[in-house]
Design a protein around this ligand. Structure first.
Ligand SMILES: Cc1cc2nc3c(=O)[nH]c(=O)nc-3n(C[C@H](O)[C@H](O)[C@H](O)COP(=O)(O)O)c2cc1C
Ligand SMILES: [Mn+2]
Length: 536
């Protein structure tokens, strides 16, 4: 399939999940499955085989994964449909974002960032279309939408949804592809993040926003506001819980958290919006705007029934509710994208107050586990799209590779144009200060002549070029919550490898050898003789 053949200039943004599914089907990228399957473990085994199709346990860079799957006969859920692996190949990721190459998205971002102040009327006029385009990215509030076709405020149960248990030791069933909407209690800005939700019972789930994520900050912000307003009654069990969860840094003893943070969750949205929920954007940039930029058409949002939040009007399923500020509950274990189970930990509890959905809603989900899986392709898209944004603050970066086996946060290989001594270390520190890249456990910095996408070449050159004691540096800092090896949860060490060629100005005065390459004249000579040699 050539994405170029599909995306003509007249193509409009995917309206919703159904429009996206129809496109996938037209392109032969979707398989409908009518055989009965169990959402407990069985769907995972099928999806895992499909996402690793034809590769055994090989972990390739970018190549095709198997098709998206739409299960139409899910055990225990008559009439339900489950979509999985919608993003599970390089081509589908491009199709989802309606580009021929992911670098096109990067290029568009670059164009917007590159705007200089216009000189004279003509240049100002030239900017008008771009300004009009920016206007079209902002979300549009509409009065109703398909997500309101069915509204359930009194009688509903989360068990009605075909939620998967993914892996044998999972603590239960997990909603794995939710777009979780919260509002910053101070600024009113909205955030959409993807945080998995363990179903506890008919009306409550876990809310696994890790402490460094934006919704967790909204929650803390509300706690701070409550703490500031509180009159100071005795220390309570709730405070102890919060102190444990938040490192004791928010509430002084004697302060009692109260109140709730409203939360809405959209499941099954158009692919740009689903993708925007995982993008590690700066906290103040609303994902609705990012999705609008990606699809070049506003996201239509509609007010919730029971909370003061907006959700995508075309979502298949919406869960409305709140988390209490004084309630945490054990979440997990969960077979995670590291290839290991994440062990149980305390997280807030989401209480559902209302479910709205389309008629015959399609439940969108994913599984994570040993790579490569569906999330590998989303991660690769982020790698490409964020390169120009990284270059804004670290302009010497030439290219970046997050190998899928490095599960995003364990390994980043970065090539730089080195111009001054110590620059590789400066780059490492800049990456460790850059949003969610702070979690990167190991950064390998190479010179610009190394192709970071070729891990073999990196291994050859990087390891030849280092004197480990001199070139490896350790630092302490925040660690991904999923890391099971750090000395403390969320806090530990990181490693940077300066594999650039060392300069005399960096204290390296020995001669540096050339790389081996053959004389081009001899190459040409052998090319000419090659057939006569009779080797092939
Ligand atoms: C399939 C999938 C599941 C994810 N689950 C979680 C999760 O449970 N908790 C979490 O903090 N981040 C999770 N993430 C990563 C976040 O979605 C990502 O860090 C995102 O940028 C968070 O948005 P925010 O910056 O608005 O907080 C997941 C990502 C994917 C692709
Ligand atoms: Mn965000």
């Amino acid at each position: 399939m050539r994405v170029a053949d599909i995306i003509s200039s007249s193509h409009m943004a995917y309206h919703d999940l159904r429009d996206w599914i129809a496109t996938l089907e037209k392109q032969g990228q979707l398989k409908r499955i009518r055989v009965e399957v169990d959402p407990v473990l069985e769907i995972t085994e099928i999806a895992d085989r499909v996402s690793k199709a034809g590769r055994g346990n090989q972990l390739p860079a970018i190549s095709e994964g198997g098709p998206a799957l739409l299960f139409e006969n899910v055990k225990g859920h008559p009439g339900a449909q489950v979509l999985i692996n919608q993003f599970g190949s390089a081509d589908r990721m491009k199709l989802a974002l309606e580009v021929n190459a992911l670098d096109e998205v990067a290029e568009r971002i670059h164009q917007f960032m590159n705007v200089k102040s216009p000189q004279g009327l003509l240049e100002k006029m030239k900017m008008l279309p771009m300004l009009a385009e920016i206007g079209s990215f902002f979300p549009k509030t509409v009065s109703s939408g398909p997500c309101k076709e069915v509204i359930k405020k009194d009688k509903f149960s989360l068990f009605d949804l075909p939620v998967l248990q993914c892996w044998p030791q999972d603590g239960g069933r997990f909603i794995t592809l939710p777009c979780v909407v919260t509002r910053d209690p101070k600024t009113g800005k909205r955030n959409v993040g993807m945080y998995r939700m363990q179903v506890y019972d008919e009306r409550t789930t876990g809310m696994h926003w890790q402490r460094q994520k934006v919704a967790a900050e909204h929650y803390r912000e509300l706690l701070r506001m409550g703490a500031a307003a509180a009159s100071g009654t005795g220390r309570t069990a709730a405070v102890d819980i919060m102190a444990r969860s938040l490192g004791g840094s928010i509430l002084a003893s004697g302060e009692r958290p109260s109140g709730k943070l409203e939360v809405a969750v959209a499941i099954g949205t158009d692919p740009a919006l689903t993708f925007s929920a995982i993008v590690p954007a700066p906290p103040d940039i609303e994902e609705f705007l990012i999705a609008g930029f990606l699809r070049q058409k506003p996201v239509e949002v509609v007010k919730c029934e029971t909370v003061d939040l907006e959700v995508p009007a075309h979502a298949e399923i919406v869960l409305e509710g709140y988390v209490n500020l004084d309630e945490l509950r054990s979440e997990g274990p969960f077979g995670d994208h590291t290839g290991f189970y994440t062990l149980p930990d305390d997280y807030p509890v989401f209480h559902v107050t209302c479910i709205t959905h389309r008629k015959n809603p399609i439940y969108a989900t994913t599984i994570v586990g040993k790579p490569p899986m569906e999330d590998a392709w989303m991660g690769k898209a982020i790698e490409r799209i964020f390169l120009p944004l990284m270059r804004l603050t670290i302009p010497e970066i030439v290219d970046v590779n997050l190998p899928v086996e490095g599960v995003f946060h364990n390994l980043m290989i970065v090539s730089i144009r080195k111009s001054y001594p110590g620059q590789a270390r400066k780059v490492m520190n800049a990456i460790w200060s850059l949003g969610q890249a702070m979690f990167t456990k190991c950064i390998v910095v190479v010179d610009e002549d190394v192709n970071v996408q070729d891990v073999g070449e990196v291994t050859l050159k990087a390891l030849n070029n280092i004197d480990p004691e001199r070139d490896i540096q350790f630092t302490m800092g925040p660690i991904d919550s999923l890391d099971h090896a750090s000395r403390l949860p969320n806090y530990g060490s990181k490693m940077g490898v300066d594999a650039t060629r060392k300069w005399a100005s960096e204290g390296f005065t020995r001669p540096w050898p050339d790389e081996i390459t053959m004389d081009p004249k001899i190459k040409a000579l052998v090319d000419k003789k090659w057939r006569d040699l009779g080797i092939e």
